[in-house]
Design a protein around this ligand. Structure first.
Ligand code: C2E
Ligand code: CA
Ligand code: CA
Ligand code: CA
Length: 280
């Protein structure tokens, strides 16, 4: 028993140290990254499932670390949130995305929209300076309708931080609200009405096994019907196969997003229309 305990101790401690050290390094490197502008934005098309047209895209941040290469936002967004750096990072993403949508509205489609992920942390103290966001929009000649803000269910349950007031400011400016990862959080359906959401994004975990798991198909159907009843549009995330796309389209899902259509990529690679083989 003693040697077993010792083994466990030996196995445990170094990895704890490793994790803590790795985290410290990441925090430090993230500060450097902000100063040295190592970030970029990739865009992924949000495709109209009836027509194949692309009039919306999601902005997804990328970090090219000088040594580690591309670091996933899943790894650094949580650290940016814990350290408060997300506020500055989020401001940068918003400003870049608005510049990009201004260009696409001129060159591609006058109603193009870019969807921007906004962390719940950005709604806390000293978070988003909404007046400066709106000023940036008008400086770029983009109406609020050019932007969608992607929030998660948890934010809507936050009774503090004047979340509903801040969302109201966005709405009044014409900025649309999109509820990300729908179905994974503790959602209360009453929030959908109360907060005047425009889009529901069905989480990719419900899309993944759509063709094999009847429960997932049933859930997608219910979400789509409910959303439409409330006047919301639906985006399915993580669409990877034509079979998934066809099932979702047949269920009345409005938009699809996923590797089937395009991976997130630099703005110059945006496909503006995609073939919808097998439909219509
Ligand atoms: P998310 O908002 O749910 O974004 C969708 C994620 O799914 C993206 O991962 C995207 O690349 C990935 N994806 C798209 N299509 C497919 C598909 O067909 N199959 C699979 N397996 N995955 C697909 P990514 O870019 O690594 O971003 C991860 C998360 O990081 C995002 O999840 C979002 O929560 C966060 N994030 C990314 N950019 C930002 C940002 O600018 N601000 C904030 N606050 N969070 C961000
Ligand atoms: Ca998102
Ligand atoms: Ca999502
Ligand atoms: Ca997410």
């Amino acid at each position: 028993a003693k040697s077993q305990g010792r083994n466990r101790y030996n196995v445990f401690t170094p990895s704890m140290q490793d994790a803590a050290q790795k985290r410290m390094r990441l925090i430090n490197d993230l500060r450097v990254a902000m100063a040295e502008k190592q970030f970029s934005i990739h865009y992924q098309p949000i495709v109209d499932l009836r027509t194949g047209q692309v009039h919306k895209a999601e902005a997804l941040i990328r970090w090219r670390h000088p040594v580690e290469g591309l670091v996933s936002p899943a790894d650094f967004i949580p650290i940016a949130e814990e350290t408060g750096m997300i506020v500055e990072l989020g401001d940068w993403v918003f400003r870049e995305a608005v510049k990009q949508v201004a260009a696409w509205r001129r060159t591609h489609h006058p109603q193009f929209q870019v969807s921007v992920n906004v962390s719940p942390m950005q709604f806390r103290n000293e978070g988003i300076d909404q007046a400066s966001w709106l000023a940036h929009l008008s400086a770029m000649g983009v109406p609020g309708q050019g932007v969608l803000v992607e929030i998660t269910e948890g934010l809507l349950m936050d009774a503090g931080h004047n979340v509903s007031g801040q969302l109201q400011v966005f709405r009044q400016a014409g900025i649309g609200l999109s509820l990300d990862d729908f179905g994974t959080g503790y959602s209360s359906l009453s929030y959908l009405k109360k907060f005047d959401i425009d889009f529901l994004k069905i989480d990719q975990s419900f899309v993944r096994n759509l063709t094999t798991d009847p429960d997932d198909m049933a859930l997608c159907n219910v979400i789509i019907v409910m959303a439409h009843t409330l006047g919301l549009k639906v985006v399915a995330e993580g669409v990877e196969t034509p079979a998934q796309r066809d099932l979702l389209a047949a269920a009345g899902c409005d938009y699809g997003q996923g590797y089937l259509f395009a991976r997130p990529a630099p703005a110059g690679e945006m496909p503006f229309a995609l073939p919808m083989a097998g439909l219509n």
